[in-house]
Design a binder for this molecule. Structure first.
Ligand SMILES: [Zn+2]
Length: 310
């Protein structure tokens, strides 16, 4: 009997190792062997590239480009399907079903919006990936789309220089809840634990509604995915103005959980019950942002003519 048990454990171990190997190299946001500083070693041909993201945007160093017009968003009414929210292990992600298209805004092709996800901090002085004037925001939202005019799938587009277009929207803390985020915030408690593998349907999310005030004002540069494998396939748009989120809503995002390996900074106001309810192996997912990367000579464009007087 004992021998049988050992054989079963051995087979299980092999199976688990195979699964781990097939899912690729592990990475995290922690100060550990898998954290952002180690990504260039772990993914040398990609995360060690010259044109990486995120970056700090210095508005006074940007150049005006009159071709950076307003964006157009197109939806097929018949396909206003629900959106699926889940914890992907690094962020809260909303998969957009159906045909949501993004065009114009200086883009040469039409792009299909596939998902929206977020980066946030353990406190309000950090959390965004991009910085403007060296200043971080407490949260950044990424609306991810792929070039449907040229490629047949996200998988095909993700490695191509013109494959992806990502809209980056920074947040500021408001006294009021943001009603646009509320349907997602409501379901986060049911998906926050990665061990539950749970998904939640939320009503259709219109990407255009999520843009901040003055959506015609934005910055444009060419960069990369901000997570491994860091492909330099992203036409980035970072909006000048910010969306809003309340502290209460931010704290719901901060209760998302990840396995312990990330060594993320614990948050001071996390419920004491987290460890008891979810076991010892999990901790809050916070500070899931990559530090800013060198520009290496890249010129950042802006869509608006007159720089604000600082
Ligand atoms: Zn992102």
């Amino acid at each position: 009997m004992a021998l049988k048990a050992i054989i079963v454990i051995f087979i299980l171990t092999i199976t688990c190792q195979t699964v781990l190997a097939s899912t690729g190299t592990h990475w995290s946001y922690g100060v550990n062997n898998a954290g952002p500083k180690k990504w260039p070693e772990l993914f040398p041909n990609m995360c060690a590239g010259m044109y990486q993201s995120p970056i700090n945007i210095q508005p006074s160093d940007t150049v005006y480009n009159q071709r950076l017009t307003n964006f157009g968003f197109f939806y097929s009414p018949a396909e206003r399907a629900n959106c699926i929210a889940h914890n992907n292990g690094h962020s809260i992600q909303v998969d957009i079903e159906g045909q949501s298209l993004l065009a114009y805004g200086g883009l040469q092709y039409r792009y299909r919006i596939s998902q929206i996800h977020f980066h946030w901090g353990s406190s309000d002085d950090k959390g965004s990936e991009h910085k403007i004037n060296e200043e971080a925001a407490p949260m950044e939202m990424h609306i991810v789309s792929w070039n449907v005019g040229k490629y047949s799938s996200m998988a095909e587009a993700v490695t191509k220089p013109d494959g992806l277009a990502v809209l980056g929207i920074l947040f500021r803390v408001s006294y009021y809840d943001n009603p646009l985020l509320e349907p997602l915030v409501q379901v986060i408690p049911s998906i926050r634990n990665p061990e539950w593998n749970s998904k939640a349907e939320i009503p259709f999310v219109s990407a255009s509604a999520l843009l901040p005030n003055s959506p015609e004002k934005y910055y444009r540069y060419h960069g990369s995915l901000t997570t491994p494998r860091c492909y330099e396939s992203v036409t980035w748009t970072v909006f000048k103005e910010r969306q809003t989120i309340s502290e209460k809503q931010l704290n719901v995002f901060r209760q998302t959980l990840v396995p312990h390996t990330t060594k993320a900074e614990p948050i001071p106001h996390s419920p004491e019950s987290i460890g008891r309810i979810n076991g010892e192996g999990l901790e809050p997912l916070v500070n899931n942002f990559r530090p800013v990367q060198p520009l290496n000579g890249r010129l950042i464009q802006r869509s608006y003519q007159i720089l604000d007087v600082v």
